[in-house]
Write a protein that binds this ligand. Structure first.
Ligand SMILES: Nc1ncnc2c1ncn2[C@@H]1O[C@H](COP(=O)(O)OP(=O)(O)OP(=O)(O)O)[C@@H](O)[C@H]1O
Length: 326
């Protein structure tokens, strides 16, 4: 296996007729080569190609369902409505993107989905069970071993004094999963899966680069073999070159492990690359939810169009093998 430090990354710009300025990034790891393409021109919207609204994927075997969720915070005696009647479904193995401006309620929704913010109204069901009707310990048992969070900034979410091995091993130890030997085997396998050399196992996490740290955070999230991973801005704290590697890693893990993903991001390129469906949030509400292709090629809501117009003209293609899109 190639070492992470040997990852090859190339970025260049080129002109292609009719495509405006094209930038693409290429990286290689463990014999896998991937590309992400970014065009500087707007995608052309052709109304004839727009799918009818009913073609949006409507999963019927939901892993997680939030129904009519409203969340009010109280701030200095004032009520702040952070979520207003939000309904969202995530099927097993499905990748759902959540986009919206700052303050639109994305973080509140992800926290409500993970049992961390009790809705003022509405309910959240995980594997058919209403999580807020459970006792706290039951809720932790249901969600803790089956869901995981990846944060925006691994430097602030991981204890810098711990070794890489200890960080990844911790969720297994806390849940008494496997013997000591089993845990060591699992940690080594996880390092391999996220493209890190096993020699890093005793290294304190403070000595790692941002990209290596985010890989460690992903390995830690995968340790309990979750069915659902919520990734809150998983690439925004990273250099552009490293963003491409982490996006490809998440995409490969999604495919190989069948994990459902909820990706919360301002970066619509990441959403387009990773997600099967996308929900657009504005002022606490989901204003549009559809297949990612449909959202990006035929946005129906005026706010969605405004959001896409304001974003960098980068057109990351959705798919499993980014090479196909070059
Ligand atoms: N603990 C809190 N107390 C009071 N108001 C809050 C609290 N947390 C969030 N809010 C408010 O709720 C609304 C939604 O915030 P939230 O953090 O969910 O949005 P967001 O879309 O995740 O924003 P960002 O992209 O900046 O992280 C905002 O108006 C915010 O000010």
């Amino acid at each position: 296996m190639r070492r992470a430090s040997e990852l090859e990354y190339r970025q260049r710009t080129a002109k292609r007729p009719g495509s405006g300025s094209l930038t693409f990034a290429e990286w290689r790891s463990g014999g896998v080569t991937g590309h992400i393409m970014a065009t500087q021109t707007s995608p052309t919207l052709n109304p004839v190609e727009c799918e009818p609204a009913s073609s949006a994927v409507q999963p019927n075997n939901d892993l997680l369902v939030a129904e009519h969720v409203t969340v009010d915070y109280t701030s200095r005696g004032r009520r702040v409505r952070a979520l207003d009647d939000v309904t969202l479904r995530i099927a097993p193995g499905e990748a759902v993107g959540l986009i919206g401006e700052s303050g639109s309620g994305k973080t509140t929704l992800s926290r409500a989905l993970l049992g961390l913010v009790k809705p003022t109204r509405g309910n959240v069901r995980y594997r058919g069970r209403d999580i807020y009707s459970l006792k706290v310990a039951q809720r932790h048992r249901l969600l803790g071993g089956d869901t995981a969070l990846i944060f925006q900034d691994p430097r602030s979410s991981l204890n810098p004094r711990l070794s890489v091995g200890a960080v990844i091993r911790d969720p297994l130890q806390v849940r008494h999963i496997g013997s000591r030997h089993d845990r060591e085997v699992r940690v080594n396998a996880l390092l391999h899966d996220v493209g890190l050399p096993t020699e890093l196992i005793d290294r304190p996490v403070r000595e790692l680069s941002g990209g290596q740290l985010q890989r460690v955070a992903i390995a830690r999230a995968l340790a309990v073999e979750p069915s659902l991973v919520i990734a809150d801005e998983p690439t925004s704290a990273l250099d552009v070159s490293i963003q491409a590697q982490i996006l490809n890693l998440l995409n490969n893990l999604k495919r190989s492990r069948g994990i459902a993903l909820l990706v919360v991001s301002h970066d619509i390129r990441a959403i387009r690359f990773l997600c099967d469906r996308t929900a657009v949030m504005n002022q606490g509400s989901i204003v549009e939810s559809s297949t990612t292709d449909s959202i990006f090629t035929c946005p129906k809501d005026a706010y969605t169009r405004q959001l896409l117009d304001a974003a960098p003209r980068l057109n990351y293609k959705h798919g499993t093998d980014a090479k196909k899109f070059l």
